[in-house]
Design a protein around this ligand. Sequence first.
Ligand SMILES: C[S@@+](CC[C@H](N)C(=O)[O-])C[C@H]1O[C@@H](n2cnc3c(N)ncnc32)[C@H](O)[C@@H]1O
Length: 244
Amino acid sequence: MNKLDYIRKSKSLFMKWNLHALTQPFSGLLGNGMNMGHLSKWRKEHPVKGYNDFYQSTWDYTRRFKLYEAIAQQENLLEQPLDYMEFGVAGGFSFKWWMEKNQLADSRFYGFDTFEGLPEKWGAFEKGSMAYAMDSLQINDPRASLIKGLFQQTLNPFLEQYENRNRKLIHIDSDLFSAALFTLTQLYRFLKPGDIILFDEFAVPQHEFLAFKIFTESFYINYDVIGAANNYLFVAVKMKEASY
Ligand SMILES: C[S@@+](CC[C@H](N)C(=O)[O-])C[C@H]1O[C@@H](n2cnc3c(N)ncnc32)[C@H](O)[C@@H]1O
C-alpha cells in the first residue's frame, strides 16, 4: 500500500469507528481555541486604519456608540444618503441610532429580524432569546422598513426588488455563525467599493468572526478594517476593489 492509500484508508477507518464519539465532547473547546488563534492572527495581519480602542482591561457594551461616531466622522456617513441594513434588530437600539443621526431624505433603513428571538441557541442564550415584538419598536420614520422573519427566508425576496443605489452600511448584529454567513454570502453580489460592514460580536471566534473569515477567504474579498472597539467586539470594515 502506498502512502496516499494508507492515509485514505485511515480516514475511512476513523469514520467507520465513529471518531466523532471521541471528539465531539471536546469540539466546542477545541474549535474555540483554534478560532481564537485565527482571530489573534487576523488582528496582527489587519491593522486598523481609523478608530481603535484596543486594549481595554474592562468590557463595556456602550463603546459601540463610540465606534459608530468615529466611523460616521471618518467616512462622512451622516452627510450622504445611505442604505442602512441591519441584520438583528431586536429592540432597535442601534437601528434607531443610525436613523436618528442620518436625517437625509434619500437614506433608507432596512431592519431584518425574526422579532421572535434567536432561531438557535447561542452560547448561554437559548433559542428564542432577545425576542421583541416588532410593533413595540414604534418606528414611524417613513424611510424605515422592518422585515420580519428568518433572514434565510426574507433576504432573497427583498434583494430581488432592491435598487442598489446608495452607499451601503450593513450592520451584522445577529450573533450567530449561520445568520452572519448566510447574510454575507447573499449580499456579496451587491457589495461595492466603499460599502461598510459593521459587526457587533466580531470577537466571538466561532460565530461572526468565523463567518467573516470564511466569507472573505472564499470570495476573495478585499477590504480595510476602519474601526474597532471594545477589544474588537465591534468592528467596521470597508470594501475595496477586488484584486485577484
Ligand atoms: C443581539 S440581537 C440584536 C441587537 C440589536 N441590534 C441592538 O442594537 O440592540 C440579535 C438578533 O438577531 C436576530 N437573529 C439572529 N439570527 C437570525 C436569523 N437567522 N434570522 C432573523 N433574525 C435573526 C435575533 O432574533 C435577535 O433579535
